[in-house]
Design a protein around this ligand. Sequence first.
Ligand code: ADP
Ligand code: ADP
Ligand code: ZN
Length: 216
Amino acid sequence: MNIILLGPPGAGKGTQAARLVAERHMVQLSTGDMLRAAVKAGTPVGVQAKAVMEAGELVSDAIVSALIGERLDQPDSAKGVILDGYPRTAAQAEALDGLLIERDRALDFVIELQVDEDALIERIVGRYTCAQCGEGYHDRFKLPKVAGVCDVCAATEFKRRPDDNAETVRTRMAEYRAKTAPILPLYEARGLVRRVDGMADMDHVGEAIAGILDKS
Ligand code: ADP
Ligand code: ADP
Ligand code: ZN
């Protein structure tokens, strides 16, 4: 099973992808995570992407599609992938079709997480992760069970993304509206789109997604 999680920044794609990894052993392919790793490692891709990401703009289609292609060739992704944050433009959607066809694979679903714009700012500005294991948290919606201690690995250091601030979020949302939302009708025409209420609490969103995957 190969699925796309589609939705604006803060919609809950990463949260739900992590859940599918834990519950169904699918593989999460997040271009945002791949790019952040490249920035951290100082690779040529990272050097090119850093300023673009900090501005909240989109990294070039060629770069992100190449990252996904490499990742699809690793044996673990044969189990089925969750594309989280890719594709984000019509050119990327087209590139993805090619990447999948070349590998004899197909898309099963495009799951759109629908969230009110007003809620997204609060979600993004309150987002943080464990510095050690990457578990996601939120200042208001998902606090660690013991204050300041990661539920998963007991680390006490956390981090926030440099692009998770109120100004950059507006650019990221504008990019979503202008370049990403228009790919939905293309998938709609192929009968692949399923809509989920992303305003529900995390568990309910997870159940709604599970219901879609189990019906197939
Ligand atoms: P995305 O990957 O789409 O940008 P995330 O999964 O990182 O979004 O979620 C953004 C923030 O909102 C995180 O801090 C996460 O804990 C929180 N969050 C995710 N889903 C929900 C939800 N259904 N209700 C409330 N907060 C949520
Ligand atoms: P979010 O889920 O909050 O939107 P991501 O972690 O998916 O954030 O992406 C962070 C940034 O990385 C984006 O704002 C963009 O600069 C870059 N990026 C990630 N995925 C893509 C993509 N598919 N195409 C272009 N840029 C991307
Ligand atoms: Zn942790």
